[in-house]
Design a protein around this ligand. Structure first.
Ligand code: AMP
Length: 287
């Protein structure tokens, strides 16, 4: 089946309007493209849950900081379209920044209305080094919600902080969409799939493997009876390659997002690192 490739918001709205008249359930999978098996798992879940599935492919300029990889981020629309065709996606929505935000907008907070999630949730973990990132994410996702008006939207646990923030923002602003969380898909050797893995050299990829290894070591130690976050932190540091620069290793209650010292039910263990110039994240839920 060939999916419909649309670039204009109005074309998406028209098609969705037709489907809504027939009471069809709409699912949205927001992505930045360079699709891999992680994205495909979200699409599969969307297909199981909904009558029609929209995948957005948009490298969102307002969620990148000035020194980040916006320009170099992989753009592979032809392959993405193929994956969507093969996965039974109904619409691939691939707008330009001008289509999304309006011609010649400066895309700064002085020139654009933003959705700003609570400071407590954005000024930590990835938001500490990526200032403004989650405002950019929440803004583009809410715009996509308004364009596509999905019944369900699918997000990966891989971006755990993003998932938590979007769930809270949807609740706080009474949006009529159900956020569905999907598990992390990994390469056979444990590396969490990411569009940014293509930046890694062979050697860097080997170093990057120690991140998922550290998470597995934490899990093993926890199952062995250790629930002290400080000890588990040390286990992770000892496992991660010395050539990998650790940005954070944190333990948070995934119901409240509070930092914790003892592992309890639903504990998020989140890691961010730099391998060479590439920033990678991974996480696991314990308890
Ligand atoms: P991105 O294209 O990186 O913005 O990701 C789009 C969506 O795919 C987000 O909800 C991610 O959390 C999700 N995703 C990315 N990588 C994975 C993965 N390895 N497993 C599951 N979901 C993923």
């Amino acid at each position: 089946m060939s999916s419909l490739l649309l670039n204009k918001k109005s074309d998406v709205r028209n098609q969705i309007g037709i489907w809504k008249k027939s009471n069809l359930k709409i699912g949205l999978v927001p992505t930045m493209g360079a699709l891999h098996a992680g994205h495909a798992s979200l699409i599969k879940k969307a297909k199981e849950t909904c009558d029609k599935v929209v995948v957005s492919v948009f490298v969102n300029p307002i969620q990148f900081g000035p020194n980040e990889d916006y320009n170099k981020y992989p753009r592979t629309l032809e392959n993405d379209k193929k994956l969507c065709d093969e996965s039974g996606v109904d619409i691939v929505f691939a707008p330009t920044p001008n289509e999304m935000y309006g011609e010649n907008k400066k895309l700064k907070d002085t020139d654009l209305t933003f959705v700003c999630p609570p400071y407590k949730l954005v000024d930590c973990l990835c938001g500490k080094s990526r200032v403004g990132h989650f405002d950019g994410v929440a803004t583009v996702v809410f715009k996509l919600f308004n364009i596509v008006t999905p019944d369900y939207a699918f997000f990966g646990q891989k971006d755990a902080q993003q998932l938590f923030i979007l769930k809270q923002a949807v609740k706080d602003l009474d949006l009529n969409v159900e956020i569905v969380a999907c598990p992390i898909i990994r390469e056979e050797d444990g590396l969490a799939m990411s569009s940014r893995n293509t930046y890694l050299s062979k050697e860097e990829r080997m170093e990057a493997l120690t991140i998922s290894k550290a998470l597995r070591e934490i899990q093993k130690t926890y199952v062995g009876g250790i629930d002290d976050a400080k000890i588990l932190f040390d286990v992770a540091v000892a496992t991660i390659s010395k050539n990998v620069e650790i940005e954070y290793i944190e333990f948070r209650n995934f119901d409240t997002f509070d930092k914790i010292e003892k592992i309890s039910e639903n504990t998020l263990v989140a890691i961010a690192v730099r391998v060479g110039k590439t920033r990678l994240i991974d996480n696991i839920i314990l308890g």
